[in-house]
Design a protein. Structure first.
Length: 409
């Protein structure tokens, strides 16, 4: 069976998350989106872990069920340490094979840092020591570096990262089998770095609120879903089981280009380099974005890549398409009503955005909304690049003919 998996999310106990990010609301939105397998997020937080233990039903295969949605135990952690006279910061995604393993991980990490302060806890230890601690506590747990290119907290980030995984993970480098590309990059950008060829490229939403689930995800074909089968599909990169990823358009990610938010300055890396990476308005250093950082580590041209490449599906969220089609805000009542109508008619969001043919949608989808869906699939968009913590903006190039047909203007 095909599984759409979003393994990197957060609960209401993480900083800057919606208070509605509880299990019932997460399960509700997962079904609206068409997500089959959801990461639990935040299993190190004592209250959230208690909720997970109480409400999730074990399936005796490393996965859990709640309201017909599968869950896999996950948590993102932050590590901050000094190495070779430089401060490094990275976010890592931990996947646990069962509640007992998660409890063992929590026990050991609780000796190093305070778990109750944040659903994404911070530890003053190296990434190498973090993975060693996790694997000593739970040998079959796995660790995936999160959003590997973002400037501030990632293994390759311009502000605090490294030039190679080996510099970050040392003797444990070979146990790292996948990396999360993050919202500001996509697989094609990562294909330019040949040292990543041995790794699976996975995608997740890093959602801080339920409606953001599935903005990025990973696709699997697993006849019998289990923790072991998910991990094996990623590790082995069998194209019959690992089916690729669903992606943000990376230009929309909030660290795609270089820039300086306070001054409203956004620059292509070539322009930033010409300015010695200094803001032309205030004279302070620019925040170096993902495109720039990929370019620094790339050893292939933009049209080159590894022999084995998995399918990549760039999508625009359905609510955003509807909002642009109607000319109103994405959180307005009109968008919500149309969104819910389409979900009731067609089943879930990914069926609308990914699976159904245009002719399947024509009877039931307003013409201008349908036009937005087809243009988003084709990448017929105008995108204002994100930079320095500011999300980019996607504009769909609607035809004037479509405006008249919809009859809503």
């Amino acid at each position: 069976m095909r599984l759409i998996a979003d393994l990197h999310i957060h609960s209401r106990f993480s900083l800057a998350t919606s208070p509605t990010t509880d299990l019932p609301t997460l399960a509700h939105w997962a079904k609206l989106k068409g997500i089959s397998l959801l990461g639990s997020g935040d299993f190190t937080h004592p209250q959230w872990f208690s909720d997970l233990q109480h409400y999730l039903t074990p399936l005796d295969n490393g996965l859990y069920s709640y309201q017909e949605v599968l869950f896999l135990l996950t948590v993102e952690v932050s590590v901050i340490w000094s190495q070779a006279q430089r401060l490094h910061k990275a976010h890592l995604l931990i996947l646990a094979p069962n509640m007992q393993a998660a409890a063992s991980i929590n026990k050991e990490l609780g000796k190093i840092g305070k778990l109750a302060n944040n659903g994404r806890p911070t530890f003053g230890i190296s990434a190498e020591r973090l993975v060693e601690t996790v694997w000593n506590a739970a040998p079959t747990a796995e660790v995936i570096p999160a959003h590997i290119w973002t400037p501030w907290f990632s293994v390759f980030g311009a502000k605090s990262g490294f030039d190679s995984l080996a510099q970050c993970f040392g003797k444990y480098t070979d146990r790292i089998f996948a990396v999360e590309t993050g919202l500001s990059s996509d697989p094609a950008m990562n294909w330019r770095v040949s040292s990543l060829d041995r790794l699976a490229l996975v995608s997740s939403s890093d959602a801080h609120s339920p409606p953001k689930l599935g903005r990025e995800a990973t696709l699997f074909n697993l006849p019998q879903p289990s923790y072991d089968s998910v991990i094996a599909a990623i590790k082995e990169r069998d194209p019959n089981r690992f089916l690729g990823t669903i992606e943000f358009y990376p230009q929309e990610g909030k660290y795609h280009y270089d820039g300086h938010r306070k001054c409203g300055v956004v620059l292509h890396p070539r322009e930033a380099i010409r300015l010695n990476n200094i803001c032309p308005v205030c004279g302070k250093p620019l925040t170096i974005g993902v495109v720039h950082r990929v370019e620094e580590l790339a050893d292939r041209a933009e049209n080159e890549g590894p022999t084995q490449r998995f399918p990549v599906h760039h999508l625009v969220p359905l609510a955003e398409i509807i909002a642009q089609a109607l000319g109103i805000g994405p959180e307005s009542g009109g968008v919500t009503r149309e969104y819910n109508r389409l979900i009731k008619r067609f089943g879930n969001e990914f069926r609308v955005l990914l699976d159904l043919r245009e002719e399947d949608l024509r009877d039931g989808v307003p013409s201008r909304v349908l036009q937005g869906i087809t243009k988003a699939r084709a990448g017929d968009l105008e995108i204002k690049q994100g930079y320095d913590g500011v999300y980019g903006k996607i504009s769909i190039r609607f035809d004037q003919e479509g405006e008249k047909q919809l009859g809503l203007f």
